[in-house]
Design a protein around this ligand. Sequence first.
Ligand code: FAD
Length: 436
Amino acid sequence: MESNRSSSTHIVIVGGGFAGVACAKVLAEDSRTRVTLVDQNGYHQFQPLLYQVATAELAGRDMAFDHTEVFRGQDAVTLVRSEVVAADADQRSVTLSDGGTITGDYLVLAAGAQPNFFHTPGAQEFAFPLYSLTDARRVRERVLQLFADASAKPELIDEGALNFVIVGGGPTGVEIAGALSELVYDVMPHRYPNLAVAGARIILVDLGRALLAPFSDESHTYAATQLQQRGVELRLGTAVTEVARDHVSLRDKTTIPTHLVIWGGGESASAIAGNAGIGQGRGGRIDVRPDLSVPGHPNVFAVGDVANIPHGDERALPQLGSVAQQSGAWAAKNIIGDIGGTGRESFHYRDKGIMAMIGRKAAVAEIGPHRHELHGRLAFASWLGVHAELLANAGAELRAFVAWAEEFYFRPHHRSAELLDPEQVELPRIHWGQSR
Ligand SMILES: Cc1cc2nc3c(=O)[nH]c(=O)nc-3n(C[C@H](O)[C@H](O)[C@H](O)COP(=O)(O)OP(=O)(O)OC[C@H]3O[C@@H](n4cnc5c(N)ncnc54)[C@H](O)[C@@H]3O)c2cc1C
């Protein structure tokens, strides 16, 4: 897409996720701006639906929205599909992986987060993170491989072929544990009727003593009870000390044989936060001023997961889709305020609350800034509503999401053959009995 607003204010945005897309959409409405949006993938991966892809509930295409579709008809937005390897806050420019540079009047950093393995030996090499579409496809592929191998040679179950370890008891860990339990115990027996899935284990490990730490005590208990009823073993109060090809070691000296360790154990800012000549704060993120600009660089903004966004007495707002979406749009409004001479305003977050899905009819939601607490079906409905709104705001198609919700609610154990077929992802076969 080529812009013809050549004399207008040029804004370079790094990252086309919730924050970058929201920022570009607001700017594209103003005839005095033109935008270059640089993203390494060329699509917006809708992270809240990653675990559905990982557990074969949704196809990858249903949670990845091509930027050319998202910005169709908005010719003020030029799309560049490339990795940004460095940014220069003084010059408001970015360097691309092919060596090219792009300079703007404004630079908006919206590059999101990456997994943080906290230097756990072996984790980077052997754990399966869940932060991107590629990650989700690799998890799904590994689950399918494990079932296929165990079905061909059931004695592999004794070697841990159907042991699934999840690291992290936050929303990502809890959601994937619930969804995996359904796939393993309810869906796969239809595909492999001869397999003794009772020998399968899903083990969730967290250093903390409670699941869903930011939620209330009631929610901690509810989530734990729901997962245990679904066959998930909880190993709380202990850390993973090593991840290996065929096992995981815990601080309490236990070793669990496994070929799938899903890492939901923490995140830090995307690498670009450290390559922009800007100081980094907690989690490697960029500390921003109340107007979302970077201290000392008034024409550089950082929004979404890559930023520590101040929030009253709290250290920073959490890494959430709604925070990212709203902060991206707010940065755009402040840029427009500069152009029009109306000035900037401090970011004000409209808090919708926090929520996590555990399984069909089982979810926790703490709604709004006062955290009105819901469990069960009502929380499930709230989760659907908030995510439908996030999708719609991101300019995404709702059809696949609505179809998934309907299927999930009314036919929870059904999966189309396509979802359970191996895909073309780069994942080596498992060589049983060769490691350690
Ligand atoms: C598994 C999971 C489940 C979640 N569930 C929920 C939920 O239910 N509800 C909720 O509100 N939030 C949820 N979140 C959090 C939410 O998804 C994030 O807060 C949100 O995605 C942050 O948006 P963002 O735009 O800052 O970053 P992202 O959405 O991560 O987008 C960043 C973009 O930048 C691009 N990029 C990164 N580095 C570069 C580079 N160097 N060069 C070019 N492009 C680059 C990436 O390709 C990506 O497109 C979840 C997160 C995860 C991982």
